[in-house]
Design a protein around this ligand. Structure first.
Ligand code: ZN
Length: 361
């Protein structure tokens, strides 16, 4: 009888406990730039759009981002991507050389895109608006938070205030910081107090969207204090400025975000909790149109808005730089995050496979 129970216990333990850790990655940081086009990621600034500046003008745009040489031009806009990730990590989605990444949902806007990234599958039946509706689908952040090794070590810092609903913080228990509410904590440090003072005393040009610098620096303080094992930074300005036809502000936001990621990587590689055991994943929720009007928009009327990109940097990811072939999908991110951490995420229904080339075997 006792042996019988032991066998049952053994079987249960082996079905419930995820696969053994076989990777060097112990922490994963997911970063998204809302509606950031692959065209600028791989080609740099487009000079033919540069005159499209409405309220947020920048007279130095050409000097800052235009170079005749393509490799220099993209480096000027995204220096961390092209100096560090291109030499130590992987970049997918340069369609000009045959690397394709697409979304699989047929909505081509934000909530369906983040749902696909975080749950591993499109849900066109239920996720077809940006309304503040609690997501019925189980997401990968929630899955991590349910594992003892990750419990309360999963957090999201997001600019757009729909994220608590997308991540379903009520059900998932994942800590989600969003919008313009000041951060609450028993012990706020000087930097957090300063950020709280600023959020309460600056105009808010983007309505429900918190400016990305607040999202980033609040998130950095959180990381230093709490050492989360899974962190999600969701930046938003690029999409807002693109909709406004503000090409200068769109480029500047992309450039600032590249710098945030560089600062984050410096922190990771200087902190013993994270150094050489953290992978960062960078992507976007949807693409945009291609021409002088289309770049501002996305949605079902612009089929090229399915075109996205992703980047990986970490100890398990071979340094192959720009990937030159293949077709990949947004629904592969969730399982790839889990594979990097040596666990298996099955999600609900059929979900995208982990990207083989990202996790060294
Ligand atoms: Zn948008």
């Amino acid at each position: 009888m006792k042996i019988y129970y032991l066998i049952i216990a053994f079987i249960l333990a082996n079905t419930i406990v995820p696969a053994q850790q076989k990777t060097k990655t112990e922490n994963v940081i997911l970063i998204t730039l809302d509606g950031m086009r692959w065209q600028e990621v791989f080609n740099g600034a487009d000079s033919s759009f540069m005159r499209q500046q409405q309220h947020l003008k920048d007279g130095n745009l050409k000097a800052k981002y235009w170079r005749n040489d393509l490799t220099e031009r993209r480096k000027a806009l995204f220096p961390f991507f092209w100096n560090t990730i291109a030499t130590q990590g992987q970049l997918y989605g340069n369609r000009a050389i045959g690397s394709k990444v697409d979304i699989t949902n047929n909505q081509l806007f934000s909530y369906p895109g983040y749902n696909e990234i975080l749950t591993g599958h499109a849900d066109n039946e239920r996720i077809h608006s940006n309304d503040k509706m609690y997501n019925p689908n189980k997401n990968v952040l929630e899955y991590f938070n349910s594992l003892p090794a990750f419990k309360n070590k999963v957090a999201a810092f997001t600019s757009w205030d729909v994220f608590p609903f997308i991540i379903n913080d009520k059900r998932s228990g994942v800590y989600v910081s969003t919008g313009w509410e000041p951060i609450k904590d028993k012990k706020l440090n000087d930097r957090e107090q300063m950020l709280n003072q600023l959020t309460q005393s600056l105009p808010n040009p983007l309505g429900d969207v918190r400016l990305d610098a607040f999202t980033f620096y609040y998130g950095m303080e959180y990381m230093k204090k709490n050492k989360p094992r899974v962190m999600f930074f969701a930046f938003d300005e690029t999409d807002d400025f693109a909709h406004g036809g503000e090409y200068a502000a769109y480029l500047n936001s992309a450039h600032y975000t590249d710098r945030f990621i560089s600062e984050l990587w410096d922190f990771i590689q200087s902190d013993p909790t994270y150094k050489n055991k953290t992978t960062i994943i960078i992507t976007c929720d949807h693409g945009r149109g291609a021409d002088a009007e289309g770049w501002k928009h996305h949605g079902q009327k612009l089929p090229e808005a399915t075109q996205i990109w992703f980047a990986f940097l970490g100890p398990d990811t071979p340094s192959i730089g720009e990937v030159k072939s293949g077709q990949y999908y947004q629904n592969q991110i969730a399982k790839t995050m889990a594979a990097l951490l040596g666990v298996s995420f099955d999600g609900e229904g059929k979900i995208g496979d982990a990207i083989d080339g990202v996790v060294k075997r």
